[in-house]
Design a protein around this ligand. Structure first.
Ligand code: ATP
Ligand code: MG
Length: 200
């Protein structure tokens, strides 16, 4: 099986993530894309991240109708910080015959050398960097040849931070994320004013 792996905080998951996964699945002929919501993310310790269970359920709601998409509890059920390398090792061990394609935003890819054990990462999976609108990525041959593909997804200036900020100020988030996620955020009262995001 050709398996796409889409890691993220997904706080909340949005249509940018879904379009990126769908586009990569089509272009790379993937059989399935598994979304892997992170545990408490080590690179985002400067803000309060929503409960793992909320992020898992939103990701579940957003992907449930697509027969190619699934959600994994791998990182959220693991205690402590999440590292991509551990996730990829676990997936490789669980499914030794699968070919792994790790899908990540180009912004995250640019920081790849700050990740733990980045050399081994490229041996475990092919990396697909999707660029966001206005983001110019130059990797300058810094990465091993043939291990990384870059592609542009249809212009979607959607980010989780913007969605959180919109909820805080009462702006609509319809159509930025699936309807089920919009309703779940309202039902649980996520991202409202009292839950301040220091980056906003
Ligand atoms: P935040 O605004 O809090 O940083 P985010 O929107 O970047 O959140 P993440 O959960 O951090 O969402 O993203 C998971 C992955 O999806 C990352 O690799 C990120 O670069 C990528 N990504 C996020 N938004 C988009 C988008 N609109 N188009 C394509 N890829 C995206
Ligand atoms: Mg981000």
């Amino acid at each position: 099986m050709r398996l796409g792996v889409m890691g993220g905080t997904f706080d909340p998951v949005h249509n940018g993530h879904l379009v990126a996964a769908s586009e990569v699945a089509s272009l790379f002929d993937l059989d399935r894309v598994v979304f892997v919501p992170s545990g408490q993310p080590w690179q985002k310790t400067h803000r309060v991240v929503s409960a793992t269970e909320d992020r898992y359920l939103m990701t579940f709601l957003a992907t449930a109708e697509n027969p190619q998409f699934t959600v994994s509890r791998l990182e959220i059920d693991r205690a402590g910080a999440s590292y991509t390398i551990e996730t990829l090792r676990t997936l490789r061990d669980e499914r030794p015959d699968d070919e792994l394609f790790f899908i990540t935003g180009a912004d995250a890819l640019a920081q790849i050398f700050t990740w733990r054990d980045h050399q081994e990462l490229f041996a475990l999976a092919h990396f697909v960097g999707v660029s966001r609108p206005g983001y110019h990525l130059s990797l300058d041959g810094a990465l091993p040849p043939g291990t990384v593909s870059l592609l542009e997804v249809p212009a979607l200036a959607i980010s989780s931070s913007d969605i959180r900020e919109r909820v805080r100020r009462g702006a609509p988030i319809w159509y930025l994320t699936p309807d089920g996620v919009v309703r779940y955020i309202a039902k649980r009262g996520l991202y409202h004013a009292s839950e301040r995001d220091p980056r906003a």
